[in-house]
Every structure is written in C-alpha cells, then in structure tokens.
Ligand binder design. Structure first.
Ligand code: KG4
Ligand code: ZN
Length: 386
C-alpha cells in the first residue's frame, strides 16, 4: 500500500492511544486504552494515576497499533505526538516515548495540538468516505471534557490556521456533564450515562435559566496583536458553572440527597453497571432532572454555535470532541443547521472521544510542509491553537 504512514501517539488525559494513518485519509489501525476503571472510584481523572497508567500502557499500545497495521517500527514515515493542551505529566509520557522512537528509528517527529487533532478527526473520516471537498470557511466547535471552543479554520496549501472566536469562561461542557453525574451519584464519566438516561426523562420538566456572561473576557482582551478577522466578530463564549450550581440547588431544595446516596451505594456494588442498572437506581424525578439538564446544555451549545456561524457567514460546520458523541446534540445540530442551509459534520463516535488517529491525521499536512519538532520540545499543558 503506497502513501505516507504516520504513527500517532496521544496521552493528554485518561486515554493512552496509538494509531497508524495513511496520508491523512485512511485509518490503518487505531488503538485506545481507556483508564476509566482506574479513575471511576474517584469520580474524575486523578493526574498522578493517569501518568502512571500511561507509563504502563504506552509500549503495548504502540506495539499493538503497529501490529494491527501490519507495519514494522522502521517502516513508518514519521512519529506524531500530542504536545498539549492536557495534563503535563500525562503528555510527557507520550512525548518522551515518541521522541525515543523517532530518535531510534531516525524518523521525523511532529508535535500536534490536541484540539487541532479533534478538528482533523472530522476531515480524516470525510476523506475516508471519499469526500475531499470541504467548503471554507469552516467553523469548528470542539466540545469535550476539557474544552468548549469555537474556531474559524482555514487551509492555505498545506498550512492550517485557526482563530478562536469563543470559549468557555469556566467549566467545559463535558466537565459539566461529568460534575452533574457525580453529584447525582451516576459515576464517571457522566456524558455517556446522562445521554442514555435522558431518553427516559421529560426534558421540559425542569426549567434552568439560560447561561449569562456579564463581563468582557479579560483573558482575550483585544490588542494590537489580535488578528483582524477575529477582531471583526463579537465573541461567542460559553459558561456552564451556573447550570451545575442550579442542579445542586434543585437537589437541595427537593431533598434528593438520600436517594442519591442510595444510588451511589447500589451502583458501587456492581463492577460494570449497565444502563438497566442505572435506570433501576433512578426515580422519575431524577430522570426528568437529567433530561432537562441535557436539553439545556444542548440548546445552549447549538444556539451559540449557530449564532457564530451566521455572524461569520461560514460555509461548513464541524462538531467534534467527546461531547459530540451525544445523541441529542447531534440530532439538534443536524436539524437546526439544516434549517440554516449549513452542512454539519461530526466524527464517528469512536473518533469523537480522544484517540491517536486524529493526531496522525493532523500531522500529515505538517509532514508535507516539513514542520518537524526539535528533539528538545516539551509538553504545553495550556497550549493555545492558532
Ligand atoms: O474528547 P474527550 O475524550 O476528552 C477530552 O479531550 O476532554 O472528551 C471526554 C468528555 C467527557 O467529559 C465525557 O463525559 C464526554 O466527553 N462525553 C459525552 C458523551 N460521551 C463522552 N458527553 C455527552 N454525551 C456523550 N454521549
Ligand atoms: Zn480531547
């Protein structure tokens, strides 16, 4: 099989992943080792445990990705790795291993921004389906456990540029799903469980106030360095700490604490709870609360993103990142974007959450333009995409 084979490595949070992608358009192998079982008892990712798990998993995960691709180490054309954003200790495991491999194999090393990876997950799968025509400008909503960002994305020859026109001021959307699930005794990660339980609740039962952003964002104050195009648009920021507090207040005023404690206890007795176990532990009031929370989150994400799409007159919309796996979010985007005549693309569910195929795909244009990383580059926990 001809083409450029890039080995991608991803270890920014709680998934150790490796993949081989051919010429940015074909997934040859894609291995993801999840650490959910390790972090579940703590209700969230514990950074020290994450680093340790990455150390344990990185060598076998890369070996498996190459074996499933039918590739020898020596036969890949480049090694790509996530530089940031993410947990510093986790990122360093992937970076150190990628450096060692690239050095030993005498292959180029490519550093990739994790958020750019999420955007390229969409492009990779569209190319794989034979769709090579993406109309620009693209607006990309990257919505995950750590991020809720809106980017205008442009491609000039092999070079991609991104302008941030909105981000969360406090919690990321996925973080809100995870915190609400933890508060309700539904375990970690919260998104997939809330997604499935919401089908059984009344989404109109609880009215949450819309999120409000009263203050200008000091972190992104406009200055002489602000790109002209971004300066021309208002910001489309998000805020999800309010709804989390509203759920907490609902729990307190409706005295749900005893039933939450009983649920937490019941689910802790089951090694791998199934959806029937979650359902059996939830009364209708809790299901209504969960469904109403999800509806409010989805509506806010869709409204702000589509308002940004109209203001920036974009031709295409991408929705990507872990929360893009959400069924109601996909349905709402498909319905409301099509009313605006806007094509919307999502990655498949396995490529919505963290994976290394997206890192190898984002590395391909950098390989073509020879944007290689020096051996002394390091992790950037707060890395910005531009
Ligand atoms: O992209 P990702 O794997 O990691 C980060 O880069 O953060 O996203 C993980 C996040 C978690 O917060 C998880 O609860 C959320 O994505 N998530 C979902 C769903 N599946 C995963 N949120 C809502 N609905 C889902 N089906
Ligand atoms: Zn991610």
């Amino acid at each position: 099989m001809a083409g450029t084979f890039i080995l991608g490595i991803e270890s920014s949070c709680d998934e150790t992943a490796a993949a081989v992608v051919r010429s940015g358009e074909q997934i040859v192998s894609n291995i993801v080792a999840s650490q959910i079982a390790t972090h579940q008892p703590y209700g969230g990712v514990v950074p020290e445990l994450a680093s340790r798990e990455h150390l344990r998993a990185i060598v076998p995960v890369v070996r498996r990705a190459l074996a499933e691709a039918g590739k020898a180490y020596k036969s890949v054309d480049a090694v790509a790795v996530t530089q940031g954003p993410g947990l510093a200790g986790s990122l360093l495991v992937g970076i150190s291993y990628a450096k060692a491999l690239a050095f030993a194999l005498e292959k180029p090393l490519i550093a990739v921004n994790h958020l750019e990876g999420h955007i390229h997950a969409v492009l990779l799968e569209e190319r794989q389906k034979g769709n090579h025509e993406v109309r620009f400008p693209v607006l990309a909503l990257v919505v995950s456990g750590g991020h809720t960002h809106l980017y205008l994305a442009e491609q000039r020859e092999e070079s991609w540029t991104y302008e941030n026109i909105g981000h969360t001021r406090d919690d990321a959307a996925g973080e809100a799903f995870d915190k609400v699930a933890k508060l309700l005794g539904l375990g970690y990660p919260g998104g997939p469980v809330i997604d499935r339980l919401s089908k059984c609740g009344d989404p109109q039962a609880v009215r949450f106030p819309p999120s409000q952003i009263k203050h200008p964002d000091r972190r992104t104050a406009r200055g002489p360095e602000t790109p002209l195009r971004a300066a021309a648009y208002p910001r489309f920021d998000f805020s999800y700490s309010g709804i989390k507090t509203a759920v907490l207040r609902y729990v307190e005023t409706h005295n749900l604490a005893p039933s939450i404690e009983a649920r937490r206890h019941a689910l802790a007795q089951i090694p791998k709870p199934k959806i029937e176990d979650y359902l059996a532990s939830c009364d209708q009031q809790t299901l209504d609360l969960v469904a109403s929370f999800q509806r409010t989150m989805v509506q806010d994400l869709v409204d702000k993103t589509l308002a940004a799409a109209r203001a920036c007159d974009v031709a295409t919309l991408f929705v990507t990142g872990g929360v893009a796996a959400n069924n109601q979010l996909r349905e709402a985007f498909e319905r409301e974007a099509s009313q605006q005549g806007l094509p919307v693309f999502f990655p498949s569910r396995p490529l919505s959450t963290d994976n290394a195929a997206m890192i190898a795909a984002a590395a391909y244009p950098k390989f073509l333009s020879q944007q290689f990383a020096p051996m002394d580059f390091s992790a950037e926990a707060g890395m910005i995409l531009r």
